[in-house]
Design a protein around this ligand. Structure first.
Ligand code: DC
Length: 229
């Protein structure tokens, strides 16, 4: 079957990465979690005490940031590497990363730096990429664009469960507040705000299981692939 590009956008904690991972595994495609890339830059700035309110300081340090992806045999999952170091756990559970990442990802210099790399990752198609601007900016010609939404309270509960599983204990209210703040910044920033591409298919997965959602999306992929062959 002809390889295509699948772009997945949507709000925080909507299960975009889970869906993208499932799709990549089923279709034998590459998967790129662009949120992890913005989190990696944020972690670098925090570790090196670079004030992200000073965009020239941020711009100057971008050339020292190398982000790549690896595979952890033990957990059978993809991991994010920052300058060769496994930062997967840190970028998921560090609350400082969670609270700064939306501000960092609003910086045009950071976006330009990462979008360029994302476009290189996807140049041979056969890729599933998830984020906030994939269907609108990174791959405006993607064959399939999905825009994922879910009730904020359901999203906060899912995120809380995920954090608990990772040994992080926080309150539902705190998680919901962080999520709503990130949604607000992501949707209202000047550069590449989160929005549904005109040709994206919207899926509200509040009442869908992971398996139901995967089946639904695979049916879109199959229909499209048949028409392309
Ligand atoms: O998907 P995530 O929650 O890991 O993303 C973390 C932050 O990165 C999110 O608040 C917005 C930003 N982001 C972005 O601006 N553009 C992307 N393509 C992906 C993520």
């Amino acid at each position: 079957m002809k390889k295509i590009t699948i772009a997945i956008d949507g709000y925080s904690s909507c299960g975009k990465s889970t869906l993208a991972r499932q799709l990549a595994k089923t279709l034998n495609y590459h998967y790129v979690d662009t949120g992890a890339m913005y989190r990696a830059v944020t972690l670098y700035l925090l570790q090196n005490q670079i004030d992200f309110h000073h965009s020239d300081m941020v711009t100057n340090c971008l050339s020292q940031i190398n982000i790549s992806f690896g595979f952890d045999e033990a957990t059978q999952t993809q991991i994010t590497l920052l300058n060769g170091e496994n930062i997967e756990n840190e970028i998921r559970i560090n609350p400082r990363v969670a609270s700064a990442v939306s501000d960092v990802s609003a910086l045009s210099e950071v976006r330009k730096f990462l979008v360029k790399q994302q476009q290189v990752f996807g140049q041979n198609k056969g890729i599933v990429m998830d984020g906030r601007d994939i269907g609108t900016v990174v791959f405006p010609n993607a064959e399939i664009k999905l825009f994922i939404t879910a009730d904020p309270k359901i999203r906060a509960q899912r995120r809380l469960d995920e954090l608990k599983e990772k040994g992080q204990h926080t309150s539902f209210e705190e998680v919901l507040a962080n999520l709503e703040k990130r949604d607000y910044i992501d949707c209202n920033r000047a550069d590449s705000p989160l929005m549904k591409a005109e040709d994206a298919i919207e899926i509200d997965n509040s009442d869908l299981s992971r398996e139901e959602q995967l089946e639904l999306v695979l049916s879109f992929v199959k229909n499209l692939s048949l028409s392309l062959n």
